[in-house]
Design a protein around this ligand. Sequence first.
Ligand code: ASP
Ligand code: MG
Length: 423
Amino acid sequence: MARIVMKFGGTSMAGIERIRNVAGRVKAEVDAGNQVAVVVSAMAGETDRLVGFCKEAAPLADPREYDVVVASGEQVTSGLLAITLQAMGCPARSWLGWQLPIRTSDAHASARIAEIDTVALDKALASGEVAVIPGFQGMEEGGRVTTLGRGGSDTSAVAVAAAMRADRCDIYTDVDGVYTTDPRIVPKAKKLSHVTYEEMLELASVGAKVLQTRSVGLAMKEGVRVRVLSSFDNPASGNNDGTLIVSDEEIAKISKELNMESQLITGIAYDKNEAKITLTDVPDKPGAVSAIFGPLADANINVDMIIQNIAHNAGSTDVTFTVPGAELARSLDVLDKARGEIGYGALTHDTKVCKVSVVGVGMRSHAGVAATMFKALAERGINIQAISTSEIKVSVLIDADFTELAVRVLHTAYELDGEDQAG
Ligand code: ASP
Ligand code: MG
């Protein structure tokens, strides 16, 4: 017997026909002797519709009431799944966020889970009943409904799995796993049988539609074994193992058992949501860089890649860095206000950039990863505007027009190409 959490996303819950498919999968796990808690999303499109109502009612809706409205989508699907399971002869009961309860902070619309009470949950599971839990919602100290931010039901599922010490947390979605890169760009992208939490966090830009990033961070912190798999594959086809997201240690063990060589590079990610800012003629003296990044930090703006050019003329230099595209306007405003302090010449920016990253825990023990990347890009005439590295990642900033080419070239350079999925 295992304790498992099964989480189903919006497309898996869109309509009674699909909810029946979900119920069938849940029943199969119960029939196999497992204790099962299910976390569900609202039907696809429903949360958008509810958000739309709030905006229409008042452009700046009271966040407490916004949460009352948008949390309702998951209430509907949790009840419907319980009804469907019961109709199949599988005992089931829904548990809304306030009923368990799932205690959260009072940051409405972006609340954080503080604690999940498992008394009712343990009792239900021990009695052989399936517990159906609406994702995305919780309750703040005063007893009001909260929501966790868009895509938050992944985080609900991981938090429930951690609280009930589940053996694993299976996240059913409309893709069949995590790929070496975006298969829309590289049809030869391969499904990964397993990745580490850290890699998954770095691959978020390719995997963003697969899992809410926050849920991966939580899984890493709590050591929850997460599996991403499709709810649309035929379970009888035996080809639906999805992607397992686990710790470094567990992956080392798996690789050893399978006698697999650990891979150098796990995947290629790209992110078009960065913006590049350049300050020219910054005084080349102590304190200059601090005068730039201090005010940005004070404004809570995350700076990513940074390069400072060699001093070009009498004691001044250019400084280039990237910020999230959504923070560009605010960044420019901060830098404009700090102009006197910093004393730069011109302030320019470019949003037509893309950050391409090669990711893999294997690079910890290998040299030459960056060199391979630079060579592959150079051979295609792709200019590198900035570079940053971490222990498991090398990123370059390039002209956004070259994104697809760069991703394809790197996928081949690191020998990640598999069979053509499209062909
Ligand atoms: N229904 C919520 C949303 O669409 C939460 C989720 O599905 O993860 O954002
Ligand atoms: Mg989702």
